[in-house]
Design a binder for this molecule. Structure first.
Ligand code: HEM
Length: 522
């Protein structure tokens, strides 16, 4: 009896020791050996960069540079934003050349601006590269395993399941919601003007508008509840944005720190409310109260689960959608689909408010195309000048400053061997402001450059199979909203506007966009 107990204890101790040694080895490999190996491989190929510090890499240096470059507003509305938004890129690309490696904590990141390499990476290697562990950890509590952060086969199957939600027929349907919500916002603005107000912080209105629209797209009749949930999700996004500061230390995500506790509590609250909507919609069909899950995005996803149940198998190579994943997709699409579009609209209003000649040109086009009708999906394809203006806005202020990809296996990219575990960063905002690609007026607002097709150096929606799934919808939505605004109002930039773009996941105006609105008289 005694001997058996001792044997069991001994076996237990050996197993525990085995696991401790394994975890220690994995930690050493992950935090030290692997990064060292990647650094050596890249140095052998002549790619260098700033020296990283243990565990924190170049994060403190980047944080310091950004704090300095964004400490003050820009002197006047000028669009030379790269030294302000990516000061580390501006300095390191001068010191180390067009491609260099820097370290986000223990994650090595190769910065690449060569268009041939970018094209190959985004188009050819979409299955063997993707979002890194560090990035996934940063958004784990916020949007989880939805399309934006999924990788490999899981990403591929999700993309195929979600594509039917963005057919031209569905987009037209969603536009009815865009038109309705825009009309309501315009009415709100008009009421305030009638009450005597003339200055508006327009980006706040546009954020609320796009949040309402994406909530309608996702939840249809349940959109008001969806909107409330998404307010909490925005708080969660703000907390998650600080993740890189909190994830450098090994195991830090397990510490019961104030940050970790706050994030978990908020996530619990958001998930519970979302699950109530999802389950409610599903129950209606299960108990026979309704024979359809609905035409909205949630309906498309629940239909997919219903189809799997009926067929008894998945059409997607064994990949199964479940309610948890639906929740992650709903959060992902809210995150990816409302702030980005609101920012496009806000920057475009700012650009038109500071370029009255272009504002007049767009207004004349809207009058030509729509007459006195409210802009709608049927007008969208006829807005040529507006399209050029939107593209120029996306060039100067792309919501996504960077497109990241981590290599999941070794592969050849141009003349470089990319080792497994190396992250590749495409600095979109720097490419969009590159004089060699765009000409001497690169930092000026000149929509005429989009009068003809531009090449692979215009990347506001990414490229290749992993490009933005919502691109067509975002552009339709933006055109309807901007055309509606410009049809009804003249906008002039207010003296209170402070030009201070900053990056908080996306490129945003630090103090909003203050404009003076005057109703257009016929
Ligand atoms: C002006 C508005 C928008 C901009 C500038 C934008 C930009 C982007 C970019 C650059 C990517 C690629 C990210 C990468 O390759 O890592 C992306 C992906 C994505 N976008 Fe958008 N987006 C916009 C609007 C939308 C809208 C309206 C939706 C949804 C309704 C949406 C949903 C997504 C999703 C789900 C992905 C991930 C696609 C995948 O990985 O397969 N986006 N977006």
């Amino acid at each position: 009896m005694g001997a058996a107990l001792v044997t069991r204890l001994l076996v237990g101790a050996i197993v525990a020791l085995f696991f401790i040694i394994r975890i220690a080895c994995e930690t050493i490999s992950f935090y030290w050996l692997r990064p060292r190996r990647i650094r050596m491989i890249m140095e052998r190929q002549g790619v260098r960069g700033p020296n990283p510090r243990f565990l924190v890499g170049n994060i403190p240096e980047m944080a310091k540079l950004i704090a300095k470059s964004t400490a003050n507003d820009m002197n006047y509305v000028n669009h030379n934003v790269v030294p302000r938004l990516l000061p580390h890129y501006a300095i390191w690309s001068k010191t180390y050349g067009k491609r260099f490696v820097f370290w986000n904590g223990t994650e090595p990141r190769l910065c690449v601006t060569d268009l041939g390499m970018i094209n190959t990476l985004l188009r050819k290697y979409s299955m063997v590269s993707g979002k890194s562990w560090m990035q996934q950890q940063g958004v784990k509590h916020f949007i989880g395993r939805g399309l934006l952060f999924a990788n490999g086969d899981e990403w591929y199957q999700q993309r195929h399941i979600l594509a039917p939600a963005f057919t031209p027929h569905k987009l037209k349907r969603y536009c009815v919601d865009v038109e309705e919500s825009t009309a309501q916002m315009i009415e709100k603005l008009n009421t305030k003007i009638r009450e005597g107000r003339s200055e508006f912080e327009i980006s706040e209105y546009l954020k609320q508008l796009t949040a309402e629209i994406i909530s309608k797209l996702e939840f249809g009749p349940n959109f008001e509840k969806g909107k409330q949930i998404f307010t909490r999700l925005t708080d969660l996004q703000r907390l998650s944005a600080q993740a890189s500061k909190h994830l450098c230390l090994p195991g830090s995500r397990f510490f019961p720190s104030k940050y970790n506790r706050q994030i978990k509590a908020l996530k619990g609250e958001v998930d519970k409310s979302l699950m109530e909507i999802i389950q409610g919609r599903k129950d209606c069909v299960d108990i026979g109260r309704s024979d359809t899950h609905g035409q909205d995005f949630l309906g498309v996803l629940l239909d997919e689960i219903g189809r799997e149940k009926m067929n008894g198998s998945s059409d997607h190579n064994g990949f199964h959608l479940n309610l948890e994943m639906i929740m992650d997709e709903l959060k992902t699409f809210f995150f990816a689909g409302h702030d980005t579009t609101a920012l496009l609209l806000s920057w475009t209003v700012m650009l038109l408010a500071t370029n009255p000649l272009w504002q007049d040109k767009v207004r004349a086009e809207v009058k030509d195309v729509c007459g006195s009708d409210a802009p709608s999906s049927q007008h969208v394809s006829k807005f040529c000048v507006l399209s050029m203006v939107i593209n120029e806005s996306l060039r100067l202020y792309p919501s996504a400053t960077l497109i990241p990809r981590m290599a999941f296996q070794d592969f050849q990219l141009g003349d470089l061997l990319i080792p497994k575990g190396l992250s590749i960063w495409i600095p979109v905002v720097a490419i969009h402001h590159n004089e060699e690609l765009w000409g001497l007026d690169v930092n000026e607002f000149n929509p005429n450059r989009f009068a003809t097709r531009v090449g692979g150096h215009f990347l506001p929606f990414g490229a290749g199979p992993r490009n933005c799934i919502g691109q067509a919808f975002a552009l339709m939505e933006a055109k309807i909203i901007l055309a509606s605004l410009i049809q009804r109002f003249n906008f002039v930039i207010s003296n209170n506007y402070r030009h201070a773009p900053e990056v908080v996941l996306t490129v945003r105006p630090k103090y909003g966009i203050q404009v003076i609105l005057k109703p257009v008289t016929a």
